[in-house]
Write a protein that binds this ligand. Sequence first.
Ligand code: SF4
Length: 419
Amino acid sequence: MENRGDTVAFVTLGCKLNYSETSTYAREFEEHGYSVVKSTEAADVYVINTCSVTDHSDKKCRNIIRRLHKKNPSAIIAVTGCYAQLKSEEILGIEGVDIVLGAEYKGQLYAQVAKIEKKGASRAFSCERNRIESIFPSFSTGERTRSFLKVQDGCDYFCAYCTVPIARGKSRNLPIALLVQEAEKIAASGIKEIVLTGVNTGDFGKTTGESFLDLLKALNGVEGIERYRISSIEPNLLTEEIVRWIASGTKFLPHFHIPLQSGCDTVLAAMKRRYTTDMFRSKIELIRENMSYVFFGIDVIVGFPGETEELFMETYHFLESVKPAFIHIFPYSVRPNTVAASMPGQVDSQVKDERVKRLEELSDRLHAEFYAENKGREEEVLFESTMKGGMMYGYSRNYIRVEAPYQREKIGKIVKVVL
Ligand code: SF4
C-alpha cells in the first residue's frame, strides 16, 4: 500500500498525550505518500485514537466508528489508544473496524495499517498489561506556535478510580538525550513553546534512571524554544528543588496544572492518592513564595464513592482557600476493574451533577478574580496562527488567553501587551 497517494484522516479523543501521538502517526503516513484530510472528508484510512477515561468516552468512540463506516464503507478503520487497549474485543465487534492496536503496538501504527491489503482483513493484537513496555517519541505540530512533547508514558500509581495504568502500562520514559533532539526538531520548525506531556509526567526517569529535574535543565538549553509548560504534575512529585529551579529565571512558565482530585483527606485516602491536603497546600504556598501571578489549574473529581455532602464541602472550602485560577471538574465515573467500582457509597448522578455545578460556579468566580489581579499588568503573549472574526489569540506566560486584532507579523512571536 506504500506510496499509493492515498488519504488518511485522524480522530483524536482525550488527553494531550493522544494529540501528540496522533501528530506522530500523521507525519509517518505523510512520509509514506499519504495526504492527511479532515475526518469529515472521504478518506482511504481512518485512524481513531481513543480515550477511556469515562463511559462517555467509550460511547463517543463507538459512535464515531459507526458514523465513519456508514459514510465510507470501503475505508480501512484502525482504532488505537486507551479504549483499544482495554476493550479490544468489544471494538473488533463493531462493524467496519479492521484493526485494533493495543498500547504495545502504538509505535507501529503505520506499519500495521500498511499490512492490510484490503478492507475486512481484521487484526487484533494482544493487549495484556505486562506487555506494555514500549514507548515511542512523539510531538504535536498542529499549531505552529506550540507543540506537545511526550516525555513519559504509563503509570505505577493505581489510584482507586483510574484505568490508565491498565490502559497505558508501567511508567516509562524516553532518554533525555533523545528528548533534547526531539525538542531541537520542534525548534527547527519555528515553534517557540513546548508543553511537556506524559501520563504521570513527574515520574519521569523510571526507564533510564534520569531525573525529571535533569530533563527540565537539558530542555531549558535548547536554542529556539523560548517557553516551556508542564502539562500536569502530581503534587508529591513537585519537589522544592524543582520549584526553586523553575523560579530561578528559566524558560519554564508560572503555570502549574496539579491534580488535587479531592480537598478532603478521608476521600484522598480512599482514592489512594499519595498526598494529604496539607502537603498539597504547602506546594502551592512554596510556588507562590517563589513566583508571582502564577496560574494554577487544579483537577477535582466529585462524587467519589463515600463522598458525603460534608466531605464534599471540605473540598469546596479547601479550593476556596487555595484559590486556583481554574478548576477542571470531573464527575466520578465507574470504571470496570478498578477498586472504586465496587466501593460502597456510590453517589447518585443527580447529586454529582449538582456538585459539579457548585464547583463550576466557584471556578468561574476564582477565574474572574485571577483575571482582575492581572488587569493592567504588562505580559508577554505568544500569538497563535488561528484567525477568527478578524482577531488573533494567544496566551500570556501565566496562561491568560489574550485576544487582539489580527496582525500577521505578530503570529508566532512573543509580544508585550498590557492585559
Ligand atoms: S496518577 Fe493516579 S490518576 Fe494519574 S494516571 Fe496514575 S493512577 Fe491514574
